[in-house]
Ligand binder design. Sequence first.
Ligand code: IMP
Ligand code: MG
Length: 174
Amino acid sequence: MADKIRVLLNEEEVNARISEVAAQISRDYAGKNVHLICILKGGVFFTCELAKRLTIPVTLDFMSVSSYGSGTVSSGIVRIIKDLDEPLEGREVIIVEDIIDSGRTLAYLIEVLKQRNPAGIRLCTLLDKPERRVKKQVKVDYTCFSIPDEFVVGYGLDYDQKYRNLPYIGVIEQ
Ligand code: IMP
Ligand code: MG
């Protein structure tokens, strides 16, 4: 049976907000190049929309990580499934994520990537669930939307690998 999905943020709202964040990043990095690291798979839709709106020079790389855990809870033990293609030495890096929940995945990733000596490393997320944060040290530099503690799908986010392609953010109704 098809799941019923309630729209939390529609396509127009999401795209308008991504434009605002892209403008902010373009201002903050004026005169520099940014190296976007897309966290697969969830970050891919957001990364494309963000990159298209940046007015500064952009390069892209991709990383895939899996956090061991059952169901919808991440364990904090992170495994790199696909590493970056290029070194980060001297680059202005922005990690682009779909959602920050407990912050465990990002806490680990930031530590790993810092060791590769980038010039700077910032974090940009489409969604943040601040109520769920366990790793309080994870500082988010650019957030499109802070949302309540609900399980969301769409715009890259999945439920059992489904619904990533929805052009909006929705909540599966029980
Ligand atoms: P964290 O390590 O707990 O911050 O987990 C972040 C990851 O959990 C995200 O990159 C998503 O893959 C997944 N996740 C967390 N909340 C949701 C949600 O509401 N919908 C879909 N995936 C989620
Ligand atoms: Mg993810």
